[in-house]
Ligand binder design. Structure first.
Ligand SMILES: Nc1ncnc2c1ncn2[C@@H]1O[C@H](COP(=O)(O)OP(=O)(O)OP(=O)(O)O)[C@@H](O)[C@H]1O
Ligand SMILES: [Mg+2]
Length: 417
């Protein structure tokens, strides 16, 4: 019989709420995306809820549309979020090994992680992730898995990701009202990393920059773990707003113009002045748009500002010297015309643009940077579920071995002197 597991994720973005459903065939270790649905994020502003009823409806619509595609209903999902209230702290935990024979047990790991969580928390914040980075056993640094080792003192360096408690409560309320259980709440930078970064980049040190609608999510990795997580309240919608103001168009028309500029630049047939119909704007107006004005006069200064803020954050994080793999740019905003050029001018580090990997069942429509975080969410949940099932099967093996030893001991006891 084929065993399969359904994995569902809901990515709360500032411009869209995406529900993505996948199926994992355990026996074949094969994974398939079976449904994706994006709904404009109404009821949210900069990733936070501003209208409970509207936000709930957005979530319901996104889920129902994915359910129709999948052909079944879901009652729970993992939820990823990114908003400027997210921040991170690196902390240390230290404990004495509890086992009298000095062997480190899983319970010591739990204790040292608890100790790392004991930091003074900014008001109104709660911890959503504790990521153990490096363990130290009796001064020996760089231990990856201390369980089974012997020692007296266990230390951990952990990366803590914090989020606003009221903002999470509001999000949870929407899901409750939508009748969907939240399996886990995930900082979207961690999810995006699953789809965007290579193991080598994470090992060497890299800054993942996800330019969304109203937010830019920055996550720095070094030695395979996150070391800095932060969300800036700027994004590619600022570019649209500037175009709307600068060229005197509605936001909808400015968005149409922005989305077509890449093609216009590639297509050499366009001179500088382009008629509105080429941008899909239906109007009687005989106006033309100057590509120079739109790109170099309006978009470029805004991109320069966004990338300067990103660079400032990276410098302020204290990790700018340990990211030789440079910048990996993703999110819908990474597709903004001249984004790559401007990023390279402002940030003197290697740069690449990341799109989601072509995993099974994925449709071409979502093979672009705007969906890296959603596909990454699914990959994150899949890894998590594999990890949980392997740790529970390890426990089962350990329990059955222990039972076996106990039985042998009890059978031998009468024979022992
Ligand atoms: N092909 C494209 N060319 C240029 N810009 C694009 C393109 N596709 C999307 N964008 C822009 O990307 C932005 C949305 O990005 P994305 O879908 O990654 O945001 P989000 O995930 O909803 O938000 P966030 O990550 O901030 O929470 C919008 O400003 C949109 O105009
Ligand atoms: Mg996003």
């Amino acid at each position: 019989m084929q065993h399969s597991k359904i994995i569902s994720g809901i990515d709360i973005g500032t411009s869209k709420v995406t529900t993505i459903i996948g199926q994992y065939f355990e026996n074949e270790n094969r994974f398939n995306v079976i449904a994706v649905s994006s709904i404009p994020a109404s009821g949210f502003r900069k990733g936070q809820i501003i209208n409970l009823e509207q936000a709930t409806q957005t979530i319901i619509q996104s889920i129902e549309s994915a359910e129709r595609m999948a052909g079944f209903q879901i009652n729970s999902a993992s939820v990823s979020l990114s908003a400027p209230h997210i921040e991170s702290i690196n902390s240390k935990g230290v404990v004495a090994i509890s086992n009298p024979n000095g062997e480190i047990e899983p319970v010591d790991i739990d204790r040292v992680i608890e100790a790392a969580k004991a930091v003074s928390m900014p008001t109104g914040k709660e911890i959503i992730h504790v990521i153990p980075r490096i363990y130290t056993v009796d001064g020996q640094e760089g231990v990856i898995d201390p369980v089974g080792m012997n020692g007296i003192r266990l230390e951990v360096e952990a990366h803590l990701i914090l989020a606003s408690n009221p903002a999470l409560k509001n999000l949870k309320k929407c899901f409750e009202n939508a009748g969907i259980r939240i399996d886990s709440l995930i900082y979207s930078g961690l999810a995006t990393a699953k789809a965007a970064l290579t193991e080598t980049e994470k090992e060497l040190g890299v800054a993942l920059v996800d330019i969304g609608g109203s937010n830019t999510t920055i996550t720095i990795f070094s030695e395979n773990s996150p070391v800095f997580s932060s969300v800036l309240p700027v994004g590619a919608n600022n570019v649209t707003n500037d175009l709307a103001i600068g060229l005197r168009f509605s936001i909808e028309d400015a968005e149409k113009i922005k989305l077509r500029l890449n093609k216009m630049l590639e297509n050499k047939k366009f001179e500088d002045e382009v008629e509105l119909t080429h941008f899909g704007i239906l109007t009687e107006e005989k106006r033309k748009i100057s590509l120079q004005t739109a790109i170099n006069g309006i978009i470029k200064p805004r991109l320069e500002e966004i990338f300067s803020l990103v660079y400032q954050q990276i410098e302020d994080s204290g990790f700018s010297n340990i990211i030789p793999a440079g910048i990996v740019l993703t999110g819908g905003g990474a597709q903004t015309v001249i984004a790559k050029e401007v990023c390279s001018q402002i940030i003197p580090l290697p740069l690449r643009i990341a799109s989601p990997p072509k995993i099974g069942g994925i449709v071409d429509d979502i093979l672009n940077p705007a969906y890296t975080s959603s596909v990454g969410l699914l990959m994150y949940c899949l890894d998590d579920s594999k990890r949980k099932s392997s740790s529970s099967s390890n426990k089962k093996i350990k329990v059955s071995f222990n039972n076996l030893f106990d039985r042998i001991k009890s059978l031998m006891e009468p024979l022992l002197p």
